[in-house]
Structures are given as structure tokens and as C-alpha cells.
Design a protein around this ligand. Structure first.
Ligand code: ADP
Ligand code: MG
Length: 205
């Protein structure tokens, strides 16, 4: 088992399926363990981590009916651990083509259509493996069919694109919207993004 990343909330480990369970295949697995925050009251801290772990696992699992997500292997409530399939690919942050952007738009549409809001669609939370789009990190997600949170979801992605792909973000964003338009009610959500941007400018002044 190897520590691959220390996040703000969780440590991420890479291991083989065999190492954790039994000889089966060459599958790699990812272990996400929510770590305690020293500055929080210990009971509250544990309760929060349990709640977030279960919430993330539930959304990760539910989202699978709409988009590609890692297979969920195990949830350990007390240890605040989620064990899932390791997606061996590139993050959208490192590798994003116009065609991938179109596919990302389509996938987000599928997710929203199923009433799932990701809550943190950044180019670090999208992995591309063999041309397929995978979503990870559902910890901030929610179940909602409302226009507002869905528009906020897309707005965040737009903001991230601007910062990670400052040369090409406009054409990528155009393709994401193009893909997103394949769902019902797409226009309503897209025009709400514009409202959110206007509100943002108003607040800044
Ligand atoms: N199932 C997975 N397969 C491959 N890489 C992953 C997987 N889950 C997480 N990662 C990697 O670890 C990083 C952080 O994981 P994430 O779940 O997004 O935690 P955080 O809440 O810290 O952002 C991701 O950006 C990705 O690079
Ligand atoms: Mg993340």
C-alpha cells in the first residue's frame, strides 16, 4: 500500500486488489481515508467524518447509473474509509481535448438528468481512461433536480477551466455546453449560469 496523495480532508492510498482482499486479478484499488482534524472536538470530528464518508460513498454508487465512476468495493464506517477501483488514466487537468470536452458535457447532463449534482466538478475530479470519462470525489455532492445547484455545478467547472486552460478554455467550454445541450431543460440551466455570473460581478463592485 502506497500513500499517493494527502488531501485537505483525506489521505489516498494505492494498493493492489490482492493486497487488500484475495488473489483475483491485476486490479488496482484506491483507498480514501478521511483523517481527523486536530482542531475539532474529537466526537464531532468523528461524526463529521463518518457522515461525509457515507455521503460520498452513497453518491459515488448512485452516480454509477448515470456516468462512469470507480467501482465501490468497501465502505468502513468507523474507520472512515472508502475502497474503490483505481482509475488509471489522466486527469482532465493534464489532458483535455475538444472531443473530451464534448463528452464531459454529455456526462454532466446525464448526471443532472438523474438528479445528481456533483458539487465539485473540477478538472482534478475528472479522469479520462481509454477515451472514457470518469467522475470521482463526490464528497460535496447532493441529490437535486433544481436548476440552481446544477447551474452552480457547471459554473464551477467553467471557473476551473479558465484557470487550468487559460489559452483554450473558450473552445473547451463551448464544447462542454454543446454536449450538455443534449438533455431536456438544458437551456434553463445554461441561462442560469449567466445569471450567476451577473450576480458575481454585482457582488464584486
Ligand atoms: N478512484 C481513483 N482512481 C484514480 N485516481 C484517484 C481516484 N480517487 C482519487 N484519485 C486521485 O487522487 C486525487 C484526490 O482524490 P479526491 O477523491 O479528489 O480527494 P480530495 O477530496 O482530496 O480532492 C484525485 O485528484 C486523483 O488524482
Ligand atoms: Mg478532488
Amino acid at each position: 500500500m502506497k500513500l499517493i496523495r494527502k488531501g485537505a480532508e483525506a489521505d489516498l492510498y494505492l494498493a493492489s486488489f490482492e493486497e487488500l482482499y484475495f488473489p483475483w486479478n491485476q486490479e488496482k484499488i484506491l483507498i480514501k481515508k478521511r483523517i481527523s482534524k486536530g482542531y475539532r472536538n474529537p466526537d464531532l470530528d468523528h461524526e463529521l467524518r463518518v457522515r461525509r464518508t457515507l455521503h460520498e460513498a452513497r453518491l459515488l454508487h448512485e452516480a454509477k447509473t448515470a456516468v462512469n465512476t470507480p467501482i465501490l468495493y468497501e465502505v468502513n464506517k468507523n474507520e472512515c474509509i472508502i475502497v474503490m477501483e483505481y482509475i488509471e488514466g489522466m486527469r482532465a487537468k493534464e489532458w483535455l481535448t475538444e472531443d473530451t470536452a464534448l463528452q464531459i458535457g454529455r456526462s454532466i447532463a446525464q448526471l443532472h438528468q438523474k438528479g445528481i449534482v456533483h458539487g465539485d466538478i473540477t478538472t482534478s475530479n475528472i479522469i479520462i481512461k481509454e477515451g472514457h470519462i470518469y467522475f470521482i470525489d463526490f464528497g460535496l455532492g447532493e441529490f437535486s433536480t433544481e436548476v440552481e445547484p446544477q447551474a452552480v455545478d457547471l459554473h464551477l467547472l467553467k471557473q476551473t477551466l479558465k484557470s487550468t486552460h487559460h489559452e483554450t478554455w473558450q473552445s473547451l467550454w463551448k464544447n462542454i455546453l454543446e454536449g450538455y445541450k443534449e438533455r431536456e431543460n438544458a437551456e434553463e440551466v445554461i441561462s442560469r449560469i449567466e445569471d450567476i455570473e451577473k450576480r458575481g460581478r454585482y457582488v464584486k463592485r
